[in-house]
Design a protein around this ligand. Sequence first.
Ligand code: GDP
Length: 367
Amino acid sequence: MSERMICIGCGVTIQTEDETKIGYAPPSALERDPMICQRCFRLKHYNEVQDVSLTDDDFLNILHGIGQADGLVVKIVDIFDFNGSWLPGLHRFVGKKDVLLVGNKVDLLPKSVKHEKVTRWMKQTARELGLQPRDVFLVSANKGDGMKEVMVAIDEYRNGKDVYVVGCTNVGKSTFINRIIKEATGKGNVITTSYFPGTTLDMIEIPLDDGSALYDTPGIINHHQMAHFVDKKDLKVITPKKEIKPKVYQLNEQQTLFFGGLARLDYVSGGRRPFVCYMSNELFIHRTKREHADELYERHLGELLQPPRKSYCDQLPPLVAHHFTLKEPKTDIVFSGLGWVTCHEPGAQVIAYAPKGVGVMLRKSLI
Ligand code: GDP
């Protein structure tokens, strides 16, 4: 192929030689307009993904490229999985460039939550993680909430320069950019979106009307998210689609909560107190006595305790215990990609279990 052809879905250079490598399209697809690689084609029409991944080195190269370029960086995080979707290395590359921090999927937070409180929390947490954003926004790229404000801010801060949109996979970056395109040009659904992490490859350039461009950068796969440990159907169960209804459990010491069969929280000591669970409304939470928990898990994983469904239990890594003593007045125990449990008042001892490899951490309460 003499001319470099780009997939309109993910931005990858199209090749027709190797079906197993990224950017493959059958020769017949070259006639299609707009051009789309096989992977995006499948995703779009059959809702299935092919396993193509970006290595950490490739991603570092991309960040390095952004570091060298002059422009505004728009960093998107998933507010439902803030820490899991944070790009830890970014601040080392951005230098003095302005960064706007956008928390997406705000539609998932309970309506009673004050947005100012969340943006304050985001600013403080960003600073603690080494990033000093110029401004912070909450949006729902799906629904469009907050998008106008971000678009105005992008236009103001970019000052005629290019815009680089970065974010780890599944934060909703494609949805965010699609919406900008739609608002700006009236065309919808230019980039593929899906339930699956890792669907935007290579930089895709979207021309802005003054000759600058908005670049969609590929998302790095965050291996600590629960999404990588469950299958397609189960992922639908754990991915919240609408406003989360928090579930409150008044726990006595030595009680256990199971989150399907994917995670578990043991309340060891600290007297009777509430635990508020922020997870997909469809995820089944089961309370039991701690002394019965091991046996229950062994006997009922994949049945009473699901997801994972029975046929996928073998593929779930064993649960690993994380011991914590809670010190803040309000602490979130976060299971990356699954949600979090807020514990009120300091002093509780808990053990949080998640499949080996899934991130579990404490943070100052978001809500
Ligand atoms: P990308 O990998 O970062 O490009 O993410 P996508 O745009 O493909 O979105 C990943 C998933 O998040 C999809 O299932 C989207 O439907 C969902 N999503 C994107 N934006 C929002 C949002 O504002 N709210 C909610 N609830 N889900 C969203």
